[in-house]
Design a protein around this ligand. Structure first.
Ligand code: NAP
Length: 248
């Protein structure tokens, strides 16, 4: 199996949580990894160290991926470090949960900018470098909240559903150029993003997850690494729900 061996991957928001697990998995499977972060340099360096200590190659690159100039600098840094970009995982994301009646417009804008605009900017930059090689794997990390909706998350669900439209449209634009574009929609996974959810909601959630438990970051990483592999060449425009059966 070729997998991701010899490929170069950018993982956005890879300093913590799911992005960290994806970076570690791609590094373990033989990709050179650009560990993007925004505000956690020490955590990103720890991810780089873990990949290199395991015999892989990685660099940490700071960029706020909702900013066009910083995205351009991120891709430039990746090409300078490793010569090309084959895989982009758009993982960076935030929440600003509230009922719509109490949600401020700036909470809508921050979530859309960080979760959706960022991915669009990174897709645009990725296509620029991938077109020349006629090879690419783009994976957008959506959410079960974007697939089925979630009370208190009108901003977040809109951003994650938006990623699905972006995924399918871009998949159609580049399907005949060796570039696949897919989405992974995780269910509930314990990370910094979800650790402060109210206990009542957490126990309610366990009853609606058919598998009966939350997911592990590694389970999201394995699914993502598969879509990033050479072997996933005939899969494009798809949404892979990795959610213990929540959306079916
Ligand atoms: P997390 O633990 O809070 O980590 C978020 C990551 O995003 C951090 O590495 C953070 O970097 C980075 N980030 C935030 N804003 C950024 C920006 N403007 N530019 C670059 N990086 C930025 O979150 P997580 O739970 O791992 O979530 C990762 C992705 O999975 C998100 O897209 C989230 O929506 C999605 N997801 C999560 C769950 C879940 O249950 N956890 C479920 C479904 C989908 P710094 O620390 O360096 O700022």
């Amino acid at each position: 199996m070729a997998g991701v061996q010899g490929r170069v991957a950018i993982v956005t928001g890879a300093s913590r949580g799911i992005g960290r697990a994806i970076a570690l998995e791609l590094g373990k499977q033989g990709a050179s990894v650009v560990v993007n972060y925004n505000s956690s340099p020490a955590a990103a360096e720890e991810v780089v160290q873990a990949i290199t200590e395991a015999g892989g190659k990685a660099v940490a690159v700071q960029a706020n991926v909702s900013d066009e100039a910083q995205v351009e600098a991120l891709f430039k840094a990746a090409v300078e470090a490793f010569g090309k970009v084959d895989i982009v995982v758009n993982n960076a994301g935030v929440t600003r949960d509230n009922l719509i009646i109490r949600m401020k417009p700036e909470d809508f804008d921050t979530v859309i900018d960080t979760n959706l605009r960022s991915a669009w900017l990174c897709c645009k930059a990725a296509i620029g470098v991938m077109m020349r090689k006629r090879y690419g794997r783009i994976i957008n990390i959506s959410s079960v909240s974007g697939v089925v909706g979630q009370s208190g998350q009108t901003n977040y669900s809109a951003s994650k559903a938006g990623l699905l439209g972006l995924t399918k449209s871009l998949a159609r634009e580049y399907a005949n150029r060796g570039i696949t574009v897919n989405a992974v929609a995780p269910g509930f996974v314990l990370t910094d993003l979800t650790k402060d959810l109210p206990a009542e909601l957490v126990s309610q959630l366990n009853t609606v997850i058919p598998v009966g438990r939350w997911g592990a970051v590694e389970e999201i990483a394995h699914a993502t690494a598969f879509l990033a592999s050479d072997e996933a060449s005939y899969i494009t425009g798809q949404v892979l729900n990795v959610d213990g059966g929540m959306a079916m």
